[in-house]
Write a protein that binds this ligand. Structure first.
Ligand SMILES: [Zn+2]
Ligand SMILES: [Zn+2]
Length: 236
């Protein structure tokens, strides 16, 4: 009798979405995607966005679609949290060659960018620029004062997203400008730059006059040429 009761409760419980210890990477996250309405309301936007990113990181239109009945500002906020998380992987890749001897100044194309993470902007080297700004942005996004809720974001805090978008944009810009192979590999897998610029377009974040390197469609074309050249080099 007791066992039957347990079985019934197990059947009614929500399905576990968990990678068991020892799961191989190729087998990870292989569960049926839940509907938005099935997710914990407190973290539904975060969880849903992570599912979309995992399934189709290059499907920019789908990623920009705000889930039904959700605030666009919460969706925007969750995108930035997710981009910051993934940006850390880019920094790990950049550590290979974005070092003192190679990169002294924070160049994007011909422009030097100052680090605004200090009370007075400074000429930090690119890796310091990336770490300082990513720390600053992460702290702001986790600030109880400005973003106390995961289900409500005040429209007036849109101004913070403009600064956040530009700082993240500059990190990607340096990677594109000075470490193209690393950037193309990273962007090919995650479309982080394409996602950031789609957010910028959707929410009017980075003014055109502040853009320092080509837009994602041009970068994608350069990436295709780069990958083709790389392939032919390997075949020689
Ligand atoms: Zn560098
Ligand atoms: Zn700095």
């Amino acid at each position: 009798m007791e066992n039957k009761k347990c079985k019934k409760e197990d059947t009614d419980a929500p399905p576990l979405r968990r990678n068991r210890p020892g799961t191989k990477f190729k087998d990870a996250y292989k569960w049926k995607a839940p509907k938005f309405s099935e997710l914990d309301p407190m973290f539904a936007c975060q969880e849903y966005l992570q599912l979309l990113v995992r399934d189709e990181p290059t499907n920019i239109n789908k990623l920009m679609e705000v889930p039904e009945k959700q605030s666009p500002y919460v969706w925007e906020y969750e995108h930035f949290r997710q981009i910051c998380l993934e940006m850390n992987y880019l920094l790990v890749l950049l550590q290979e060659e974005c070092v003192d001897g190679n990169c002294i100044y924070m160049y994007i194309e011909e422009s030097v960018v100052f680090c605004g993470a200090h009370s007075t902007p400074q000429e930090c080297c690119p890796m310091n620029y990336a770490v300082h700004n990513l720390d600053r942005v992460t702290a702001l996004l986790n600030s109880d004062k400005h973003f106390p809720s995961r289900v409500y974001v005040k429209e007036k805090y849109q101004k913070y997203f403009r600064g956040i978008a530009f700082r993240l944009y500059c990190i990607l810009g340096h990677a594109w400008s000075e470490h193209a192979s690393i950037f193309y590999k990273f962007e090919g897998e995650r479309s982080l730059y394409a996602r950031l610029m789609a957010l910028s377009d959707r929410f009017d974040l980075i003014p055109k006059k502040m853009l320092l390197f080509p837009r994602p469609d041009i970068v994608a074309a350069c990436m295709a040429v780069h990958n083709r050249d790389l392939l032919s080099l390997h075949r020689q």
